[in-house]
Ligand binder design. Structure first.
Ligand SMILES: Cc1ncc(COP(=O)(O)O)c(C=O)c1O
Length: 361
């Protein structure tokens, strides 16, 4: 009688998340530019911490993450009591939807917003509501117009994935201040460290009771494989999220590696500078080949092709050359390819191959 066994409403509407490809059939050495990973990897101090924890694997981790929260608080000048840590920032997105949105509620995000917002909203039984962007930039007026008395969460990645574009502080503040009283603005800062001098929205969290910020160790910290993220918000939200968080959600290894990583801001600064240099280089090289990109503030560029056929033909050609980039048709950008800013050799190689592809057409 398996037709009697049914998941909760919304679950079967979830399309499985497809991660960045990492292999090409028949190609041994690939250049992977499909998942916005840091080509320079983590800090050596983080790797040393990883090795150290091998000796304590039989012990349960601590449950309050106090030491990691203190380190994050010190580095960013934030109150550790208003920080929560999770299994990637994905887990914080899940907690927010689980805790604040259910059947009958609406979760807003933008047209080309990160796919996990939809998935987490549906998993919580809530209704995902997508709001149009203006030339691949989030539109505050449209977001405010899209709010109803059922809106519980509004997600904005700043900079956004996969567009790389970003809203300024005044626009974000206008959004926070214009939301209905029952709604929380979630500022997803997965790429915030790539923007020189940007606090990811922390100051706005400090001055509002309806703003929450998520951050990750997966991008500039080069720790995507270990799955660590954190959030900063008003005490009332932190208190709620801690009730749905499993006590042992992070392992000792995750906690100690993240702490070593966040304390090594020299590594972060080096990665930020190198990314900025290569991102400009890559965008200019693509422009010379007739492929334009919006100004990206993150560790990838969104390359725009003539149409969807050209984008997919270019993707096939790059794969044949052992280069994997990301198709973003699932983000309603079928004429684009998202290309992670790799190391210098990878940037040169992908630009060269796109030049070959365009030259042959
Ligand atoms: C905008 C955005 N938010 C959140 C995440 C989730 O990152 P993680 O769960 O690895 O912290 C990603 C990862 O690609 C992202 O692009």
């Amino acid at each position: 009688m398996s037709d009697m066994i049914r998941p909760q409403p919304g679950i079967l509407d979830i399309d499985l998340y497809v991660g960045g490809q990492s292999h090409v059939e028949g190609v041994a050495e690939v250049v992977k530019l499909s998942s916005n990973e840091n080509p320079f990897g983590p800090s050596t101090k983080a790797v040393e911490a990883f090795r150290r924890t091998a000796h304590t694997l039989h012990r349960y981790p601590n449950t309050d993450h106090a030491s990691l929260r203190r380190a994050i608080g010190e580095v960013h000048g934030l109150d550790p009591d208003r920080i929560i840590c999770g299994v990637g920032s994905d887990e914080l997105i899940t907690f927010l939807c689980q805790a604040y949105a259910g059947p009958g509620d609406e979760v807003l995000f933008t047209e080309h917003g990160f796919l996990m917002y939809r998935i987490s909203a549906l998993a919580a039984g809530a209704k995902p509501v997508e709001v149009a962007e203006c030339d691949r930039v989030a539109d505050v007026d449209a977001l405010l117009a899209g709010c109803t008395d059922r809106t519980r969460l509004v997600f904005i990645a700043n900079p956004n994935n996969p567009t790389g574009t970003m809203l300024g502080g005044n626009e974000i503040a206008r959004l926070a201040d214009g939301l209905p009283p029952q709604a929380i603005l979630v500022l997803d800062g997965a790429y915030a460290e790539y923007v020189e001098g940007f606090d990811g929205g922390a100051s706005l969290v400090g001055s509002r009771s309806n703003v929450f910020m998520t951050r990750t160790f997966s991008k500039i910290y080069g720790l995507g494989g270990l799955r660590i993220g954190w959030g900063y918000g008003p005490r009332h939200i932190i208190d709620v999220l801690n009730r749905v968080r499993g006590p042992f959600n992070l392992s000792t290894t995750q906690l100690e590696v993240a702490e070593a990583a966040v304390r090594d801001q020299d590594h972060v600064a080096k990665c930020r500078a190198e990314n900025a240099r290569l991102r400009v280089w890559l965008a200019e090289a693509l422009a010379e080949h007739g492929v334009s990109c919006d100004t990206s503030l993150a560790n990838f560029v969104l390359a725009r092709f003539h149409d969807a056929d050209e984008a997919s033909a270019c993707d096939d050609f790059l794969k044949s050359q052992g280069i994997i980039v990301r198709r973003v048709a699932g983000y309603k950008l079928p004429d684009c390819l998202r290309i992670t800013v790799g190391d210098e050799a990878s940037c040169r190689r992908v630009a060269h191959c796109i030049g070959q592809f365009k030259g042959a057409r």
